[in-house]
Design a protein around this ligand. Structure first.
Ligand code: M6R
Length: 581
């Protein structure tokens, strides 16, 4: 995973203000460690949180070329030694790498035979020695060594390299990389958001392309070393950088923003994005089946999408992106519908690239504009949730559901979405204190179950994911009807079981009774006073109920997390955007 950024300027730039504050905006890609290096060989690395690291850097430190890296560890533990940038033993070649070099062991052996040594456990360290051997030891040009690198290396990479010669070098395959053109020079980064406060002009690297960047010019090359012209994209970045304001954590801020963010999307789908909705409708009509592809929370939204479209008679499936090729075949009658908050999830990107080769059309629902997934789509709806800082997805999930409801409406799903923002507010206002009390009772429990059916089955899974991800509770979200086929054996005296009961769903109520009679402590989340739910949601149909019940899960995960004293916005071992396989 990881985020990388590099700057080359005519005059010196500030490491703290320019390089590292740009890198801070890539923290969503990983926060295990952080580091930077300058053209004259100065470097600093740390496992401190990135804000603390930035504070530790001297304000006077300047350079005209610098690179930096924020890490999500893949190969090698989380420690300063494994932090990037990596360098060869003469400290001449420095590199920041996002991706995985799959054949690093073979390359390492070859380099060791040539006398090179390694001091980290990472796959990335081979890059510095590879380029040191070619460019420094053998005196060959970057073009020659980059071509060789692209040919020999298996895996994914976005790489920034400095070798102290007044240039910045970059290479890319699968992992994203963009070049921003500023008045003072050039800035390279994993996404354009990170430099959107410095320029509105960018060039996106294609796969197996590389570039040489001088302080006043750049040149791009394809894998054969042929010089290529690249299109400059002018972009508008209207999403503002999030601030905590009066909130203790981004998670609760983002949960509470939803009356506003949901309304923003509903209005946009009626006006600014009405044409995109129409494009979705046409693509679905022209296809034989819709196949959702997504990961994590976005996969749960996709499951709701399958339910909605199937109910309207449209054949739909949802496949978890990382297992797609093991479980699904795609042809030119398939519409791939990619759902992703970040628009950068590598497993999803891989699926859409392969599906495109098989003739499938691609539609996407993303939160981040200009993201890789959006750029590879035939059409794309932006969910306009605003920047989501907390690793746990909350407001984006709700807006993914609203986008899916709107698509289903084009095919006859009869529901007025206008009420949703007020009902979200009502759900939060009425239930926040109740959830706080419930969290007090439950926060020491290590196992919980959430049962759903139909449109609420994906929500049961979504609530379970949030309980795992934030307070580290082992939770299982499942189809109520499947419980008796094994999982019920885990129910003991006092095991908390949440039952999602829209209306007077008798099957759900029976499932609740079945676990209760085995000692479970059931918590009924419902919307009809008649069944006396423990948590009462606004009146709505079963599908819309999925939005309000997920809010309860998000609040509960948050308040249990607070009581458990965990790092709410940056849970252990995670990153906001999963950009490796
Ligand atoms: O950016 P994406 O929606 O593609 O991300 C997919 C998952 O990594 C993401 O939803 C993850 O499960 C969240 N941390 C859940 O809160």
């Amino acid at each position: 995973m990881c985020g990388i950024t590099g700057i080359i300027t005519k005059d010196d730039h500030s490491i703290k203000e320019d390089l590292l504050k740009t890198l801070k905006r890539l923290e969503y890609r990983g926060y295990d460690s952080v580091g930077f290096a300058t053209n004259d060989g100065f470097f600093k690395k740390s496992t401190l949180p990135i804000s603390d690291f930035i504070n530790s850097v001297d304000s006077d430190l300047r350079s005209n070329i610098s690179i930096s890296h924020t890490r999500w560890a893949t190969h090698g533990g989380v420690n300063e030694n494994n932090a990037h940038p990596h360098f060869d033993k003469t400290q001449k070649v420095f590199c920041a790498h996002n991706g995985i070099i799959e054949n690093f062991n073979d390359l390492k052996e070859e380099l060791e035979d040539e006398g090179y040594s390694f001091k980290t456990e990472t796959d990335s360290e081979i890059i510095t020695n590879f380029f040191h051997k070619g460019m420094v030891k053998e005196g060959k040009s970057f073009e020659i060594i980059a071509k060789e690198f692209i040919k020999k290396v298996k895996g994914t990479f976005a790489i920034l390299l400095i070798i102290g010669d007044g240039r910045l070098y970059a290479l890319k395959r699968d992992s994203p990389l963009a070049l921003g053109i500023t008045e003072k020079g050039f800035i390279l980064a994993s996404d354009i958001y990170s430099f959107s406060n410095k320029t509105d002009k960018a060039i996106f690297f294609g796969d197996d392309e590389f570039a040489i960047i001088d302080k006043d010019k750049y040149a791009f090359f394809d894998k054969d070393g042929k010089n290529i012209d690249k299109e400059i994209t002018s972009f508008e970045w209207s999403v503002e950088e999030e601030k905590l304001d009066e909130y203790p954590h981004y998670m609760i801020k983002e949960i509470k923003e939803q009356p506003i963010t949901s309304r923003r999307l509903i209005e946009s789908l009626k006006r600014d994005q009405a044409n995109r909705l129409k494009e979705f409708e046409n693509l679905i009509k022209d296809s034989k089946r819709v196949v959702f592809v997504a990961s994590g929370t976005s996969y749960h939204a996709s499951l709701v999408g399958v339910h909605l479209l199937n109910k309207q008679g449209i054949e739909s499936h949802a496949v978890i992106a990382s297992e797609f090729e093991n479980f699904y075949l795609v042809d030119d009658k398939t519409l791939i519908l990619a759902v992703s908050q970040s628009g950068e999830t590598m497993d999803v990107v891989t699926v859409i690239k392969k599906a495109r080769k098989n003739g499938a059309k691609i539609a996407s629902i993303v939160n981040v504009p200009y993201s890789t997934i959006q750029r590879h789509s035939d059409t794309s709806i932006e969910i306009l949730a605003g920047q989501e800082v907390c690793v746990a997805s909350t407001k984006a999930f709700t807006n993914q559901l609203i986008a899916l409801f709107s698509i289903a409406r084009s095919f006859g799903y009869d529901n007025n979405l206008e009420n949703i923002p007020d009902r979200i507010k009502e759900t939060l206002d009425i239930n926040e204190e109740i959830i706080k009390e419930l969290a007090q009772k439950l926060y020491e429990k290590n196992d919980m179950f959430i049962l759903g059916k139909g449109a609420t089955y994906p929500i049961a899974r979504e609530i379970a994911l949030k309980l795992k991800e934030i307070p580290y509770v082992h939770a299982e979200g499942m189809m109520a009807g499947e419980l008796k086929h094994g999982t019920i054996a885990l129910i003991e005296d006092g095991t908390p079981v949440f039952c999602l009961v829209p209306g007077k769903n008798l099957e759900m109520l029976s499932s609740a009774k079945e676990v209760e009679s085995r000692g479970a402590k059931t918590i009924i989340i419902g919307n009809k006073e008649g069944i006396e739910p423990d948590i009462l949601l606004p009146e709505s149909d079963e599908k819309e109920f999925s939005i309000y019940s997920s809010l309860i899960g998000h609040l509960l995960s948050y308040y249990i997390g607070v009581l458990r004293g965990v790092n709410i916005d940056k849970p252990r071992n995670l990153a906001k955007s999963v950009t490796v396989h």
